[in-house]
Design a protein around this ligand. Structure first.
Ligand code: PMV
Length: 321
């Protein structure tokens, strides 16, 4: 038996950081993510291969489970082993995890790995988790490994689409017809989300009134962007991205490289561009319905840029007998 699964990564379109302070945000699942292939075996061996990091491991089933001590190595493998340790199996399997997206730059790669593995492995273990269970258990794994995790990444990988996160952290899908061609550019500097969230909190402690106004403005931007998406208003969407970028700069999460990418994208024709995720490194997004190839070429002279679109679908799997 062979099982193949895919789960998408994500970008935050609007509202990073302010979402931590209970303002709304918008995130989009992208058509880049993690493909998993599981092949059944007739013995009690489980092999795990992750080609992109040259990882391979052999595990043995003991009383139908792996002997796993939950000690984490700060690697993407932690997520895979946590998923495997949830289940009981009659027989072993070979698991190959292909991460077809940048790792560790705020695009939700760890959630996509966890969710894609959860789908394939739950099917193999005859449990076939529904989406709600996949999202919940995947988030629990992110919390166990990272200490804290918002539900955004695991929800986007599970459900796909574009999601509006309201001020109470409730997630609602936004339905719209508009094409949303996005360029992602990665500056190749790892971002430390925890440190950046803390630096913003300290600014809030120092300047509560100013920061409250900035967070409120970021929240209004997300609310207006939801309307722009629903109305198919691309000009407004782009303007709101640029406004959001200015405010992210003001709270200290922008960097020279992120700015350089933002202005390069705008100079060569992007209508809107902003950092995405925690900032301090990582990626920008540019909304560029035209001139896409030239913007990509210019960004790729110094950085790693690629095109993406919304993934309307979340996690999915197929069984190939
Ligand atoms: O860089 P990412 O994808 O981990 O996004 C972080 C987004 C923040 O708003 C800064 C933190 C959060 O948990 O929402």
């Amino acid at each position: 038996m062979k099982i193949k699964s895919f789960a998408p990564g994500k970008v935050i379109l609007f509202g990073e950081h302010s979402v931590v302070h209970n303002r709304p945000a918008i995130a989009m699942a992208i058509d880049k993510g993690v493909d998993v292939e599981l092949n059944s075996r007739d013995d009690n061996i489980i092999t795990v291969t992750i080609p992109v990091i040259n990882y391979s491991e052999k595990l043995f089933l003991l009383d139908n489970m792996i002997d796993y001590n939950h000690i984490h190595n700060n690697m993407i493998t932690d997520y895979v082993l946590e998923v495997i340790s949830l289940f009981k199996f009659d027989k072993g399997f070979d698991l190959e995890v292909n991460i077809n997206m940048p790792l560790g730059v705020g695009l939700g790669s760890s959630a996509a790995v966890t969710v894609s593995c959860m789908k394939a492995i739950s099917l193999y273990a005859n449990e076939d988790y529904d989406l709600e269970t996949i999202a919940q258990k995947s988030r629990n794994i992110e919390i166990a490994i990272q200490g804290a995790a918002s539900p955004i990444d695991t929800s986007m990988s599970t459900y796909g689409g574009i999601i509006y996160i309201n001020h109470e952290s409730k997630l609602n899908r936004i339905d719209f017809d508009m094409q949303l061609p996005i360029i992602i550019s990665d500056c190749n500097i790892e971002a430390n989300t925890g440190k950046l969230v803390e630096s913003v909190r300290l600014k809030y402690v120092e300047y509560p009134e100013i920061m409250t106004n900035i967070f409120d403005a970021m929240g209004l931007i997300a609310d207006n962007a939801k309307i722009a998406l629903e109305e198919g208003n691309s000009e407004s969407l782009a303007n709101l991205m640029n406004l959001n970028q200015g405010l992210l700069d003001s709270i200290g999460v922008n960097t020279f490289e992120l700015s350089d990418m933002v202005f390069t994208a705008r100079k060569f024709g992007a209508l809107g561009s902003k950092l995405t995720g925690s900032g301090g490194g990582g990626c920008i997004i540019a909304y560029a319905p035209d001139n896409t190839e030239e913007i990509l070429r210019q960004l790729n002279l110094k950085y790693k840029a690629f095109k993406c679109e919304e993934s309307k679908k979340g996690v999915q799997a197929q069984i190939i007998k």
